[in-house]
Write a protein that binds this ligand. Sequence first.
Ligand code: DX5
Ligand code: ZN
Length: 216
Amino acid sequence: MTQVSPSILSADFATLGQQCQAVLDAGADMLHFDVMDGHFVPNLSFGVPVLQSLHKALPDAFFDVHLMITHPLSYVEAFAKAGAGCITFHVECDSDVQETIDAIHKAGCKAGLSIKPGTPVEAVLPYLDQLELVLVMSVEPGFGGQSFMPMALDKLRTLDAICKEQNRNIWLEVDGGIDATTGALCTQAGANLLVAGSAIFGKPDLAQAVQQLRQL
Ligand code: DX5
Ligand code: ZN
């Protein structure tokens, strides 16, 4: 079963609460919350207070927090307190990876580790037994609405094979340029969690967009 995590980066922020409610009503499994610091990636988005408000407004929603920031360790506790369900950070960041995973678990959240397009899957393997999620980026992180990079498919295939071999049942998530066509390629390659921003919030019928991806 494919799960879908709509990226609210592409939502209309003037009606953010309603848009989140709408995708959840449409069957979205969680909400993808993209945090950017203008340093790890060349863009700024939103942070802890926005998560806090959304969590308060939507107490049953699961927040899939994607930290595209240089020092994730410094913010784990704040995002956990604000309502994060899973906190994913980048293996390319400046925080100690092991310490950050430990801090996420200690804060009561699931831990995810992400790789940028230029980073090989081998970078996450030493941590695989401690992770609830691995996120393969299929665009350079920083902006919504970019084109899918097919090289992500090989990474998904490799990770899927390793997880099967090791009998690990984790979320294999892919993020960037996902629509019905690229999403289908990703699920065939082993992804079980699709992030989609513009392919959901850019569509007039949010419900149909979510359902289409969940059926892949
Ligand atoms: C990119 C973000 C993505 C992005 C996806 O840096 O991590 O979550 O919002 O947007 P689309 O689906 O439009 O590529
Ligand atoms: Zn993301």
